[in-house]
Ligand binder design. Structure first.
Ligand code: APR
Length: 239
């Protein structure tokens, strides 16, 4: 049935969370066994407070995650989504992920709601660096300011441009597919609801229950995302 919906839809939006990248080797946040927030309190580590008052731990945590996105790669599922965009099967991706894997796999229209770990900027002068700077163990700008990743920290607002792009595509969508998100963080988790309110069909592909399952037209829990995308890719002919 999902195959038909994808083939019949006029404007399909894919909304991804950390579950899209676990098959690349990156841990997610809230999975029962491996989630990052099972070991660390996010507000203590991924916040402006941590950056200002606990900088060593903040840098150590983000250096680890930057190393992860440099070491691991997009998986087949990311490449299938990029291929589907080129074929006009899907129109855009909204992602909460900061690994940059959709763009690395070739997706063009990607709204990064929570920013990216691929870039850093100086807290003081705003100068931007590639995040390999963190790998070289230093985290100071030439001006002496501290370098932080271009991610949205808890307590910060989302980047306006990405938010507007996501809102535009969500309002146009007639099929909205969530891949690998617990949908527990606002305002990102409002997009599936906005799509639904605009008459779109909502599909949630997630191994665990999410807060928005009750609004979904279809919930797929018994399949990993990579496996599902490969199966669908086999079945779908170009529209
Ligand atoms: N296939 C299907 N589902 C999966 C897979 C997989 N291969 N791997 C993990 N999942 C599911 C997990 O069951 C989990 O419910 O993906 C979901 C990921 O949820 P979270 O770990 O909460 O990640 P996410 O929803 O992206 O978190 C949102 O929280 O900490 C902030 O800014 C951070 O962007 C992040 C936001």
């Amino acid at each position: 049935m999902l195959k038909q919906w994808i083939q019949e839809a006029k404007h399909t939006v894919i909304f991804t969370g950390a579950g899209m990248s676990t098959e690349s080797g990156l841990p997610d946040f809230r999975s029962a066994n491996q989630g990052l927030w099972r070991k660390k309190n996010p507000s203590k580590i991924a916040s402006t407070d941590a950056l200002n008052n606990n900088v060593e731990e903040f840098i150590a945590f983000y250096r680890q995650r930057v190393l992860g996105v440099k070491e691991y790669k997009p998986h087949k599922g990311h490449h299938i989504l990029a291929d589907w965009e080129r074929k006009g099967i899907i129109q855009s991706i909204i992602t909460q992920n900061v690994d940059g894997f959709h763009q690395l796999a070739g997706s063009a229209r990607v709204a990064e709601l929570h920013g990216t770990l691929q870039k850093l900027h100086c807290q003081v002068c705003g100068r931007e660096y590639d995040s390999t700077e963190y790998v070289h163990k230093d985290y100071h700008c030439e001006c002496g300011g501290i370098l932080r990743p271009n991610v949205v920290l808890f307590g910060e607002s989302l980047p306006e441009e990405a938010f507007q792009l996501a809102l535009q595509d969500t309002e146009k969508s007639d099929l909205f597919i969530v891949l690998g998100s617990s949908l527990s963080v606002t305002p990102a988790n409002q997009f599936p609801l906005i799509a639904k309110e605009n008459g779109a069909k909502l599909v949630i592909v997630n191994q665990e229950e999410t807060q928005m399952d009750l609004y979904a037209d279809k919930v797929i829990r018994n399949k990993k995302i990579g496996e599902l995308l490969q199966e669908l890719d086999q079945e779908i002919r170009v529209k």
